[in-house]
Design a protein around this ligand. Structure first.
Ligand code: NDP
Ligand code: 8X3
Length: 252
């Protein structure tokens, strides 16, 4: 019998990460779920443990030591990470560069870029040693094009796309698959975080049907369930109403 795979998902407490955990659980993939909101980690674990084995880790990906220590602390049964979903991240603010907020800039570069690197640093040595594994980085359409006021968020996601390509090149000798999934507008808590609870968040997904977190989870599962010789390298996903970062067909 094939051993069950283990996936580590960052940002599993909401949105795309949570939906991916649910999709993986349905397919019997064991889960290491990461995030900062312990109550959510606990309740998701309680539900998904009915379908698969679940371990939770609470750490802020900005904290290098805590990130490395949390992953090093994994119990033996969860230590072999076959699939890494680097998903934790957000936009903070939507401002022209000339009035952008330094704390927002730090948050986006520290979480979306450096946090992804810290988590990867902790996981990759096991994959290179075993000469197998699959890393999926959640980029964005914002990693493919820049839109007004997107400046630093777009930079962070362009960095994710570049890091993904770099990983695919450097990890090629080890037979490790590396994938970037780049969604456009997805209806999650993303805009509540970006607009810090401001009512501006309420209008982002109005007047059209945005992608849902489950749509991204479907594609992530598709990527991880391909045969050994197939790597889905890079996916750009939009809802039907969206043609680019700035063109969205909305009802009036
Ligand atoms: P959500 O806000 O719903 O989820 C973000 C997740 O990231 C949460 O689980 C949150 O968990 C975690 N997270 C945020 N900051 C940190 C941190 N410092 N340390 C650890 N975990 C953190 O948004 P989405 O699901 O939409 O976003 C997931 C990914 O998808 C992000 O990388 C985002 O950039 C990307 N994306 C989103 C799109 C969208 O339109 N929604 C489109 C394209 C890409 P907790 O707060 O518990 O730590
Ligand atoms: C999230 C999509 O268009 O809000 O990465 O930047 S967008």
């Amino acid at each position: 019998m094939n051993k069950k795979k283990v996936a580590l998902i960052t940002g599993a407490t909401s949105g795309i990460g949570k939906a991916t955990a649910e999709e993986f659980a349905k397919h019997g993939i064991n889960l290491v779920l990461c995030g900062r909101r312990q109550a959510r980690l606990d309740s998701i674990k309680q539900v998904l443990s009915k379908q698969t084995d679940v371990h939770v880790l609470n750490f802020d990906v900005r904290d290098r030591e805590k990130t490395l220590n949390a992953i090093a602390s994994l119990p033996e049964t969860f230590k072999t990470i076959d699939i890494l979903i680097n998903n934790a991240g957000n936009a903070h603010g939507l401002d022209p560069i000339q009035t952008g907020n330094l704390d927002d800039w730090d948050a986006m570069m520290d979480i979306n870029v450096k946090g992804l690197l810290y988590v990867s640093k902790a996981i990759i040595p096991g994959m290179t040693k075993r000469q197998s594994g699959h890393i999926i980085n959640i980029g964005s359409s914002a990693g493919k094009e820049v839109y007004p006021k997107g400046n630093v968020y777009c930079a962070s996601k362009h960095a994710v796309v570049a890091i993904t390509e770099g990983m695919r090149i450097d990890l090629n000798p080890f037979g490790i698959k590396v994938t970037a999934i780049n969604p456009g507008l997805v209806e999650t808590e993303f805009s509540q975080v970006r607009f810090k609870g401001d009512s501006a968040a309420d209008t982002v997904y109005k007047g059209y049907k945005a992608l849902q977190a489950e749509d991204i989870a479907d594609v992530i599962y598709f990527a991880v369930s391909r045969p050994a010789h197939v790597n889905i390298a890079d996916v750009l996903m939009f809802c039907t109403a969206q043609a680019s970062s700035t063109i969205v067909k909305k009802s009036t």
